[in-house]
Design a protein around this ligand. Structure first.
Ligand code: LER
Ligand code: MN
Length: 274
């Protein structure tokens, strides 16, 4: 099982996975704790420099598995459902730059979360959905040519106003119909939105490219009240072969949270503690 640690680049406004440590320090500690890879929420395209990112990860025996596109919305205010066509075009170009960076960093995935925007963004929701599909299709075609998979992650209702559940994401992916755009499940969001985590994972199976693990409070697994045994049983049942990313709050501190995350996953999937 490939296990990655999700980390926000320093200075990022992203609310989870942030630390004041430098990326080199984070990677040194993550490698030491037994992680295989890191996922990154950049601050901007090229920041961190993807070549430096890849080389630094390699120095610690890690790979970069995913680059999050959330910064495009969080830092730059660009989304695929924005009423202004110029803003949508800039969002597409920014995500394309993110895809190019992911390729240079050696990553497999670019996640598509906040950059989707909201359906109630100041226009007819049906029109907003058409814009989203057009933008994502443009980015998905670029990603496909570059060997990168885009992952659509259902997000909870407090962060977005649509694609809250796995079933909604599946319906959306079927409308989109691009093999380069798949599904990413995140147990934190699922805990809020799904009737059954195990049931959602079973239904997600044909589309599932990547999984984020966090407990009910976005802390490391085991430090909230989420039923992980059901989640793990469902992942086993569908013979999930993708990676697991720990997208957690580094509370009470980076070291203890990152250690709890890797131990929790290794104990259950690989039958060993790190
Ligand atoms: C990104 O993967 C993500 O889950 C954020 O929306 C934080 O909740
Ligand atoms: Mn996530």
């Amino acid at each position: 099982m490939q296990v990655s640690l999700y980390v926000a680049a320093s200075g990022s406004r992203f609310w989870a996975a942030s630390t004041s440590m430098s990326l080199a320090e984070v990677m040194a500690r993550a490698a030491d704790l037994g992680y295989d890879a890191i996922e990154i929420m950049p601050r901007a395209a090229g920041d961190p420099d993807p070549d430096v990112l890849r080389a630094t990860a390699a120095r610690y025996g890690l790979t970069v598995t995913a680059v999050a596109s959330g910064f495009v919305a969080i830092e730059q205010g660009l989304t695929f459902t924005h009423p202004d066509g110029k803003v949508r075009r800039r969002a597409v170009e920014a995500v394309r730059a993110c895809i190019a960076d992911a390729r240079r960093a050696g990553a497999s995935f670019v996640s598509i979360g906040p950059v989707r925007g909201k359906l109630q963004a100041g226009m007819d929701p049906a029109v907003a959905l058409e814009h989203l599909i057009a933008c994502l299709r443009a980015c998905g075609l670029t990603a496909g040519k570059m060997g990168i998979t885009l992952t659509v992650e259902p997000g909870n209702r407090y962060e977005t106003d649509f694609i809250h559940t796995v079933d909604e994401a599946i319906a959306f992916l079927e409308t989109l119909g691009l093999p380069s755009v798949r599904l990413q499940a995140d147990t934190f969001h699922m805990n809020i939105e799904e009737g059954s985590l195990a049931g959602a994972i079973r239904r997600a199976a044909p589309y599932l490219a990547h999984v984020h693990l966090a407990d009910s409070n976005r802390r490391a697994p085991g430090w909230g009240h989420l039923d992980f045994e059901a989640v793990i049983a469902a992942l086993r049942e569908i013979a999930y072969r993708g990676g697991i990313g720990l997208e957690i709050l580094f509370e009470p501190d980076f070291e203890s949270a990152a250690r709890q995350g890797i131990r929790f996953v290794r104990d259950r999937f690989d039958g060993r503690a790190s």
